[in-house]
Design a binder for this molecule. Structure first.
Ligand code: ZN
Length: 529
């Protein structure tokens, strides 16, 4: 009955049309690899019904996201709509007749249940895979006002006003593997007594500590818990999974998995849905900087993370440097200059969705971790091309001040040079170039006028080499800045790293300060846990 090929007609709605069926984006909150991607496929919508399909899908979504926890976690989901055309409207056995020719063959009376609405699942999944290959969960919206729906690998809902309730319930099955908490008999495999039921909201265990939702049961609540007393909390109520005895559910009445008349999930089912949503996402959407950091010790460093756009989110951020906690609890960590000593470091942040909706998260689905390797070089407090640090003159041998490299880092000190006929100056920084007394001259020389001359023959001795004051003979213009003090007659005076302000032009500093909104190279966490 699938007439997908026949309806693959170019139909224009002003939307993107990969392949031959138009695909409309109804909601995009982030990249697919970081989101639960829902795809809605219309069935029983003719060419003239395609605008109605968009309106119906939007109505359905507003309803779905109208209750907890779908409401809070809408920001973890993307939604696309596939505009498949059908020859007829409605579904088989529905409001418009017993036999309808539709794209995905929707039909009521599935398995003999009048409201059970099924489709041609292979056709649905094939279309979803072709037109929205990133999809995680398919939903078929059937253009028939008769009440009905179904769940499983594909969730199906009609356009009946209560269809949204059906979808909430069915997605509980599809996304969170929740069990029906019904007690009405239905042929279904029973739970394995050794493994316990696989669903988060069903158990055959009756010992308090063995109950998988024990964290939600108040110590004052009896386990098992008596039905029909009006107690509205979480307990252990007998009757679940189409049986009246031997299998237990978390809440007596009122959970959407027990009755479609309800408008809310019990805490245990809601928790399972939140965990399910996080299975497709990560609390850290992006990181900045996007990779390893190279910096100078006097650079100010900043690190940051972005989180998915959740409503009423309660985030916690724990930052560490080399494993030790550091002050800062927001999504940005600022490290003042001088915080990191030269060497290798690791800055890390652990982001947690601290929602009160989840008490059990054994595999850490609600946590994300990002870390940055940081390589810190000494801050040289120098300007490229000029001398930096101090010279030294000892015993007639002078060593010039090291030169500042192009990256702003001070180079190694040069080789020592003899002062010739002269002695070192009083500061021990350089050779003298004139004399006033003979002590200003080297051994074997005496001071005459202002020159050191040989005691042996009275000829002027050689002048000192190297180690002189910085740029004493240079005409290079030096512009003092916050980082150093320099003039023609003095060596630069290093200031403490916290105020050095050096690193201008250093590529390490530039990288460290980069605050780009770059798509983080976060590992895909789909299907983790
Ligand atoms: Zn429940």
């Amino acid at each position: 009955m699938s007439a997908l090929a026949a309806v693959a007609v170019a139909w224009a709605l002003g939307v993107s049309t990969p392949g031959s069926l138009p695909v409309e984006t109804l909601q995009r909150t982030g990249p697919s690899e970081q989101r639960l991607d829902l795809v809605i496929l219309g069935d029983g919508y003719r060419d003239v019904d395609q605008s109605k399909l968009t309106a119906d899908a939007e109505t359905l979504l507003e309803g779905l996201f109208g209750i907890s926890p779908y409401r809070q976690y809408r920001g973890l989901m993307n939604v696309k709509l596939i505009h498949a055309e059908s020859r007829d409207n409605g579904a088989d056995n529905g409001s418009y007749g017993a036999v309808r020719d539709t794209a995905f063959g929707a039909y009521f009376n599935c398995s003999g249940v009048s409201y059970l609405l099924c489709v041609d699942y292979s056709a649905v999944l094939a279309a979803a895979a072709v037109y929205v290959p990133e999809y995680d969960q398919a939903i078929v919206l059937v253009n028939d006002p008769k009440y009905g729906g179904s769940g499983g690998s594909v969730a199906v809902a009609s356009t009946h006003p209560n269809a949204v309730t059906t979808l909430r319930h069915e997605l509980g099955h599809s996304l969170a593997r929740l069990a029906d908490e019904y007690e009405q008999t239905f042929p279904y495999p029973s739970c394995d007594a050794t493994l316990d039921c696989l669903e988060p909201n069903a158990t055959v265990r009756t010992g308090r500590s063995e109950v998988k939702w024990n964290a939600w049961i108040d110590p004052s609540t009896a386990v098992p818990t008596r039905e029909g007393t009006g107690f509205a909390g979480i307990g252990l109520f007998e009757g679940c999974r189409y049986l009246t005895a031997g299998v237990y559910r978390p809440k007596d009445t009122g959970c959407l998995m027990k009755t479609n008349a309800s408008v809310s999930f019990c805490s245990v089912c809601a928790e399972a849905l939140v965990r399910a949503a996080w299975r497709y996402s990560n609390p850290i959407d992006r990181v900045a900087p996007s990779g390893a950091v190279t910096a100078l010790a006097c650079d100010a460093l900043s690190f940051g993370v972005t989180t998915p756009p959740l409503e009423d989110a309660s985030w916690s951020f724990v930052w560490t440097v080399d494993g030790a906690p550091v002050a800062g609890s927001g999504r940005i960590l600022d490290l003042p200059p001088g915080t990191l000593a030269p060497g290798g470091h690791v800055v890390q942040v652990r982001v947690q969705d601290s929602t009160a909706l989840v008490r059990n998260d054994p595999t850490g689905l609600l946590q994300g971790v990002a870390s940055w390797p940081v390589t810190v070089s000494p801050c040289s407090v120098c300007r490229a091309g000029l001398a930096c640090g101090t010279s030294l003159c000892v015993d007639g041998m002078a060593r010039p001040a090291p030169m500042c490299g192009s990256s702003g880092q001070c180079g190694a000190a040069g080789p020592s040079v003899s002062c010739g006929a002269y002695a070192c100056d009083a500061e021990g920084l350089a050779c003298r170039t004139t004399c006033s007394i003979s002590a200003d001259c080297a051994a074997g020389y005496e001071c005459r006028s202002t020159q050191c001359v040989s005691l042996a023959d009275g000829t002027p001795g050689p002048g000192g080499g190297g180690g002189g004051p910085i740029d004493a003979g240079s005409s290079r213009a030096v512009t003092p800045d916050a980082g150093w003090l320099a003039d023609a007659g003095h060596s630069p005076v290093p200031l403490p790293p916290a105020s050095c302000g050096c690193g201008a032009g250093g590529e390490g500093a530039a990288a460290a300060l980069l605050w780009l909104a770059v798509a983080g190279a976060l590992r895909r966490r789909r299907a983790r846990g």
